[in-house]
Design a binder for this molecule. Structure first.
Ligand SMILES: [Zn+2]
Length: 254
């Protein structure tokens, strides 16, 4: 090691716990991972170079000591990285993620997940076409967890809270989000507009009569109206299917 020029190399061994190996490229499932470095590097950069976004890591131990993402590596080290819900009981005050976040913003590819979360009454900002920078800005300004399948987006250092669903199936993704952010006690089905995310209010049939089709006027008697966009909702022909879906999600989320 040449201390004057800093040209020497050092080696870092990293063990990812829980489901974090999900993020590895296919070629790298063998643990611990070894990284050879030649200059001072933040632990965040080393973890993310392995494919794991910092938003997924709740506890980092460097040679047995808890450290933050800005911790600088400059010599041989052994790192343990734990996801939320899998870290040892030690170091409760050294956690890097909030266990509970109650507002969300989702990227444009997660429309079905967004619909499920809103059906359950959760506050989810969403637009099908929106720039990455805007997603990050909304997440920061409104303290919303960023939900995206784009791992590179979660690696942006401005992102504080985020999650990348493991499943490709929207119903399973919904269960994952409920568990990760500990919002299972907040669920209030049919309380939020599926189109615009604003709260729904119960209204008299007479107040929405002019927005209803003739058969709806005859067969339905309970209505809710969106405070934001004015959309009217009633328990129509798909209601039983919807109820069953929500019941399955709630049961799976525990
Ligand atoms: Zn609405």
């Amino acid at each position: 090691m040449n201390a004057e020029s800093g040209a020497g190399t050092y080696s870092v061994l990293i063990q990812f716990h829980g489901d974090l190996p999900f993020f590895f490229p296919r070629s790298a499932r063998e643990q611990p991972l070894r990284r050879t470095l030649s200059e001072k590097t933040s632990i965040k950069d080393v973890v993310e170079a392995c494919g794991v976004p910092h938003t997924e890591v709740d506890l980092l131990l460097c040679d047995g000591e808890p450290v933050g993402f800005a911790h600088q590596l400059k010599q041989d080290a052994t790192i343990q990285a734990y996801p939320v819900g899998c870290a040892p009981d030690l170091y409760a005050s050294e956690r890097l993620q909030l266990r509970r976040v109650t507002g969300f913003v989702a990227d444009g590819h997660l429309g079905k997940l967004v619909r499920d979360l809103r059906l359950l009454g959760l506050d989810v900002a969403y637009a099908s076409t929106v720039a990455d920078e805007e997603l990050i800005a909304v997440s920061l300004a409104q303290k919303r967890a960023l939900i995206t399948l784009d791992r590179r987006l979660l690696m942006h250092s401005a992102v504080q809270h985020g999650y990348s669903p493991r499943s490709q199936v929207s119903e399973e993704q919904t269960v994952e989000v409920l568990r990760r952010f500990d919002v299972r006690d907040l669920l209030n089905r049919y309380s939020r507009c599926l189109r615009c995310n604003a709260p729904l209010a119960t209204v008299q049939k007479s107040a929405v009569m002019d927005q209803l089709e003739p058969l709806t006027r005859i067969y339905y008697h309970e209505f809710r109206k969106c405070d934001g966009c004015g959309a009217v909702y009633w328990p129509g022909s798909h209601f039983a299917k919807l109820q069953a879906r929500i019941d399955r999600i709630k049961a799976a989320a525990g």
